[in-house]
Ligand binder design. Structure first.
Ligand code: ADP
Length: 357
């Protein structure tokens, strides 16, 4: 078995500060019409006039939005990787920073396609390299960088899922219970006893990723329902002789379950079920961009997801948020919600970046 449990050893931490112009980048990706939508003649109401703007709504009533990066329906997986600044993000992770990519948006908006490529790539064994998602492209680039370096880097992966506020180890599905999220002054929040698996090349990374994805799917009777309600976090730890960086790739639950202004009590009343993590993430974003109104309190501790992402949001890391939207009229309300959420996230300013070395 290639899976061994390693704990990444803690090193002495010296703090080095680096100022960057912006360490939160927000990109929006509009997916093309699916075959079904096309056959039904669904109307398209999202337009991308240039690489930074979006027009949304019926003709004559469009609303304009601006983002750091806008990727239209014709954008390739390669363009998505390049234009979202992934190479810069990975360069920074190798230098010892905490770098995070989030994909969010309603179910069916293209989050999975963007992160790992279409389902056919894994489930039907197709290996069309042009369709490979951000994860595979990032790892190829990372392995190339690390291979050229004299630092003697070691790479480790962990992969977890949060479902109903329970944390499951996707690399060790035999554990029947939810893992605890702990906090420490030196490490920040971390998941106790999570497997950390070393890998040396793209093949061994892909085996880890595929195994984790299968564990995610087989853990539920209703796959769609499950993946639309669960969050996954894949973390690559990059350890050199003098640096310790990480790259986290987060696939968030479908955003359709959370409305602006919803409180936990209201949602419980309405649906009997809530996604506490997603709701808290929205609240953390609001508090980060409007700290005075919220008394400077950021409610990271209110959910597992936000605890684990506290260093990526308003922390000392560098973050890319990719908002995925559908182009059709029928999804207009959800698209507007996602874009409002993204516009707010665009105003987050992380603290000056800190690396540990
Ligand atoms: P989500 O993960 O947000 O639920 P999916 O990634 O499963 O959404 O995408 C929904 C459907 O749209 C899938 O059939 C997927 O292959 C297709 N799709 C999504 N984004 C794109 C894209 N950029 N280009 C082509 N097809 C896409």
């Amino acid at each position: 078995q290639h899976q061994t449990n390693h704990q990444v050893p803690e090193r002495e931490k010296q703090r080095t500060e680096i100022q960057v112009e912006s360490n939160v980048v927000v990109a929006v990706r509009v997916r093309p019409l699916t075959e079904d939508e096309h056959n039904r003649g669904d109307e398209t109401i999202v337009y991308c006039p240039d690489q930074h703007s979006l027009l949304v709504g019926a003709s004559g009533q469009e609303r304009a939005f601006a983002f750091d990066v806008v990727l239209g329906p014709e954008s390739s997986q390669h363009a998505m990787f390049q234009e979202c600044g992934m190479t810069r993000l990975i360069d920074m992770a190798v230098q010892g920073f905490c770098c995070t990519v989030f994909a969010f948006g309603q179910t069916g908006s293209g989050k999975t396609y963007t992160i790992t490529g279409p389902h056919s790539l894994f489930l039907e064994g197709s290996h069309d390299a042009l369709l490979a998602g951000l994860m595979q492209r990032s790892l190829s680039y990372l392995l190339q960088l690390v291979g050229q370096s004299e630092e003697g880097f070691h790479l480790y992966a962990s992969y977890l899922e949060i479902y109903n506020e329970q944390v499951h180890d996707l690399l060790n599905p035999c554990l029947p219970y939810s893992l605890a999220v702990r906090g420490s002054r030196t490490q920040g929040f971390y998941v106790e006893n999570l497997s950390v698996v070393e890998f040396h090349n793209l093949d061994s990374f892909m085996r880890i990723l595929e195994g984790g994805m299968q564990n995610r799917q087989s853990s539920s009777h209703s796959q769609n329902e499950h993946s639309s309600r669960s969050h996954s976090i894949l973390t690559v730890h990059i350890k050199g002789m003098s640096t310790q960086g990480k790259l986290c790739v987060v696939d968030l639950a479908g955003s359709e379950r959370v409305r602006e202004g919803d409180s936990i009590e209201e949602l419980l009343e309405e649906t009997g079920n809530i996604n506490r993590s997603l709701l808290t993430l929205g609240k953390c974003i609001s508090s980060l961009v409007d700290p005075i109104k919220r008394n400077g309190h950021i409610p990271y501790r209110d959910s597992k997801l936000t605890k684990l992402l506290s260093d990526s949001l308003g922390g000392s890391g560098i973050t890319l948020m990719i908002a995925c939207v559908s182009p059709t009229l029928g999804n207009l309300q959800e698209t507007l919600n996602t874009l409002r959420y993204s516009s707010r996230a665009k105003r987050i300013k992380n603290r000056p970046m800190v690396k540990r070395d």
